[in-house]
Design a protein around this ligand. Structure first.
Ligand SMILES: [Zn+2]
Length: 831
């Protein structure tokens, strides 16, 4: 590393540089020496950083080698992704700190407990910095820069690095999204030319569906930090709370023609629960980035485009936890080199920018150490003061008829270190006292917010979690009945009341009833659903109760009992034995029990389909309900034999890739199939006469909008994601399993359907008159949304077309509306 190439040649962009052999001197500071005992990335992964896109296995290999050779680094494997890749974390600090790492950690955690933090001497405490890379897998310059950052931290020799490592503990997360990183690396490496082509028509720069941005089930993992439904997030959140870092960085890429962005973002779009000082410190850290970028001659910007509003994002999540989250966005070559507005953008150039930002973060952390530690201490102290001013003292949550959903909600709180207690002896009911360190995060999870400083949002404007889960909750100003703290949560297994030779019954309200029903149908057993309520043995059974006769089945009564027992156990569904068919209300042999058949489901995927929406459905059916689905590519749809399926789901799409398959899809429905369409597919289904929909359109009042305000004006009419109230007709099969007349729906489209003008039938689901529960919507849109319908069905031949204007499966945490889709799948023919 002693050889110093003239830096100048790297400042000039030309086609030559795209071909230029890059070596480590391009990336690393050259005014220091590097320990030659530490293997360079190239010596392990077999190529210079930036020559190829690192695959995740090679990244892992290098991290393990570094941990082996450096006494500054320890490594742990915290779990695995859906595709089985390890989720590594390196702890990097001075060898001396490593010897006391556990006591450093426990002392550091005391800063976030206002009751004990006063006595701590922050002068003597290291700062904790979490550095994580490429949560969007096709934004890989972060993870590739990570190779260099880790090498630098292991091998650099100088007074500065010693001081840095003495004064910081660096939690180093080399890849936030291993599956996505690997998917993208395969794509670009597969298409790489020896003579690099910066022409963006090259296939290298036109990644196939589904892109590497997302994880295995096509989730944007940078929306999952608060709700943490995915395994990658869960291990990360665990590390987060084990340490409560002072700074957390999140390295991304953006469009080709941009430069480099670092936070702070747009000031008016910071979440109101985030203290002002957070943004001031972010800006102060930003000065370090600016200085470092000035030095290497890279363009950058801040306080534009991005925001700090949704706590589900990596750079915003720390802001409600006493830390500073920082988003970095680098213009993306999305491959090895691309022609851009700023000349040829090479992959190594993008890597070097991320490397630079990682180092300037560490420098800022070292120099601002006590400020940031004090900030953290005061964050929790001030939160405690806010608690005393809060008229509410606790939140009670839980749902007696939905113990598994309550369990998943409680699990989520537990992951975020929120304490809760049993509510006396009430089953499935818990109390969250507000007087606890994470008071602000509790507020951030439960609050309903309908007024905003700004009308533009980078992401959703609302995520009120008990509404998303559709569980009961209430605030209370007096804590009574506080039981023991819940420290051990376990899945609430279901029960079977007794063995029966006649029939079994279970209600449809528990979250996992679709899984239970599918398990039964899969065994070839007959099952029916009750279209009316009834009661038996002094128990009331609601609409949608499932009945499994014990006689004339493929299995013996004894085998059925064993099967039912294991299903109850794994789904949490309580199943009752019935020894008579005579009930109050419809008897078990009544024709008001309708046959339910095993669904055979295909979902459209591929070009034209929104991969997020498709991934959410795939994940729901595959991982939660254990129901197999065929992912049917739109490119094969016109010729596919659709008679194999009972149900086809069209996730959000404009329909542009479906035009050639129109006839095949129509034949499928006419022959008796159920077609379920979501969001914008409704327009295509309407145009192509699958269903007749009457759309409403909002018109924003335009008045002299200035040129530079046009974007904001348009943006204000977008529904980025908010929560609305609708009324349910509980007698309709779409509402089976819901035991209240109102439901909260998530909406991020402006597709509005008028209810039928002839009011013969009540609408099965209809937005209330003033439907806004939480989040931002323009006045014009709200007016139009009022009393429209988010759901409609129509007969077509022997089949059914069922449409939803809203996403019922949003980001794996909208548990509350999953059943709407499941009802369409199981009971669609009855609607
Ligand atoms: Zn990104």
């Amino acid at each position: 590393m002693k050889k110093i190439l003239p830096l100048l040649i790297f400042f000039c962009f030309s086609t030559i540089i795209a071909q230029q052999k890059i070596d480590l001197t391009y990336y690393l500071p050259q005014d220091i020496s590097y320990n030659t005992n530490i293997p360079t990335p190239e010596s392990v992964i077999g190529f210079q950083v930036g020559d190829w896109h690192v695959s995740h296995d090679k990244l892992v290999e290098y991290m393990k080698v570094l941990a082996k050779f450096s006494d500054r680094i320890t490594i742990e494997n915290r779990g695995k992704t859906y595709e089985g890749r390890p989720l590594l974390l390196l702890t990097i600090t001075s060898p001396k700190n490593h010897q006391n790492i556990e006591s450093i950690r426990t002392e550091h955690l005391k800063l976030s407990d206002a009751n004990i933090s006063s006595s701590l001497n922050t002068n003597e405490m290291p700062l904790v910095i979490y550095q994580g890379y490429s949560i969007h897998g096709n934004e890989p310059s972060g993870a590739n820069a990570g190779l260099l950052v880790a090498y630098y931290l292991a091998a650099a020799e100088s007074d500065y690095i010693n001081e840095l490592l003495d004064n910081t503990v660096i939690l180093f997360d080399p890849s936030y999204n291993p599956d996505g990183l690997n998917r993208f690396a395969s794509w670009v490496n597969t298409h790489k030319n020896q003579n690099i082509t910066s022409d963006n028509n090259d296939r290298e720069y036109s990644e196939a569906w589904p892109k590497g941005r997302t994880n295995h089930y096509w989730f944007d993992m940078n929306r999952d930090w608060l709700v943490s439904q995915l395994p990658e997030s869960q291990v990360r959140i665990k590390s987060y709370h084990q340490w409560k870092p002072n700074i957390l960085t999140d390295h991304h890429e953006m469009g080709l023609n941009a430069s480099f962005f670092f936070q702070p973002g747009i000031p008016s779009r910071t979440h109101p629960l985030t203290p002002k000082l957070n943004q001031e410190l972010t800006a102060k850290i930003g000065e370090y980035h600016a200085k470092a970028f000035d030095k290497i001659g890279s363009l950058y910007f801040s306080e534009e485009r991005y925001d700090d509003f949704y706590y589900g994002k990596g750079s915003t999540f720390p802001d409600i936890n006493g830390g500073i989250g920082i988003l970095f966005e680098q213009a993306s070559a999305r491959g090895h080199a691309q022609q851009s507005d700023n000349g040829i953008l090479t992959f190594p150039f993008a890597i070097r920018n991320h490397f630079t930002a990682a180092l300037s973060t560490l420098k800022a952390g070292k120099n601002m150490r006590t400020d940031l530690l004090e900030y953290q201490r005061n964050f929790y102290k001030n939160a405690q003061k806010e608690i005393t001013r809060d008229k509410n003292k606790a939140i009670i949550f839980g749902d007696a008829t939905n113990k598994t959903k309550t369990f998943h909600f409680a699990e989520m709180l537990k992951r975020q270190k929120i304490k809760f207690y049993k509510n006396g002896n009430n089953e499935n009911s818990y109390i969250i006292p507000l007087n606890q360190p994470n008071y602000r995060m509790i507020k951030g999870m439960f609050e309903k917010r309908t007024t905003f400083k700004d009308s533009l949002f980078y992401d959703v404007s609302a995520w009120t979690l008990p509404l998303a889960f559709n569980i009961n909750y209430s605030y209370t100003s007096k804590i009574s009945n506080l039981g023991s703290e819940v420290t051990n949560l376990s899945f609430p297994n279901g029960t079977v009341s007794a063995k029966s030779d006649y029939a079994y019954l279970f209600e449809w309200d528990e979250y996992y009833t679709p899984r239970a029903l599918y398990s039964i149908l899969k065994k070839g057993l007959r099952a029916k659903v009750a279209m009316q309520p009834f009661s038996l043995n002094e128990k009331n059974y609601d609409y949608g109760t499932i009945m499994i006769p014990a006689q004339n089945q493929q299995l013996s009564a004894a085998e059925i009992y064993n099967l039912i027992k294991s299903i109850a156990d794994e789904t949490g569904v309580n199943i009752n034995a019935a020894n008579t068919g005579l009930t109050e209300g419809i008897d078990l042999g009544s024709s008001n029990f309708k046959v339910v058949t095993k669904p055979k489901i295909a979902m459209l995927v591929g070009d034209g389909i929104t991969s997020y929406d498709a991934g959410e459905i795939w994940h729901l059916l595959d991982t939660r309900y254990q129901i197999p689905i065929t992912k049917l590519d739109t490119k094969n749809l016109s010729k596919a034999d659709l008679s194999r399926y009972t149900t086809i789901i069209i996730p959000n799409t404009s329909g542009s890739t479906l035009n050639n398959s129109k006839e095949n899809l129509k034949t499928f429905v006419k022959n008796g199939g159920v077609l379920i369409g979501y969001r914008n597919s409704l327009k295509w289904l309407n145009t192509n006469k699958f269903i007749n929909l009457d759309f409403k359109k909002a018109k924003a009042k335009t008045k002299n909008v200035a040129f530079d305000q046009r974007q904001d004006f348009k943006g204000a009419q977008v529904i980025g994601g908010a929560i609305f109230e609708a009324e349910l007709d509980r007698t309709h099969p779409i509402a089976f399993g819901y035991n209240k007349n109102k439901i909260a729906l998530f909406r991020n489209t402006t597709v509005f359907i008028k209810p039928d003008s002839v009011e013969t039938y009540k609408s099965a689901i209809q937005y209330t008159k003033n439907p806004l529960l939480s989040g931002y919507i323009s006045k014009e849109n709200l007016k139009v949304l009022s009393k429209t319908i988010p759901f409609k069905t129509a007969k077509l031949g022997k089949g059914k077309v069922i449409v939803f204007t809203d996403n019922t499966n949003f980001r794996a945490f909208w548990y509350g509306t999953n059943k709407l889709m499941m009802n369409a799948i199981f009971f669609g023919k009855m609607m």
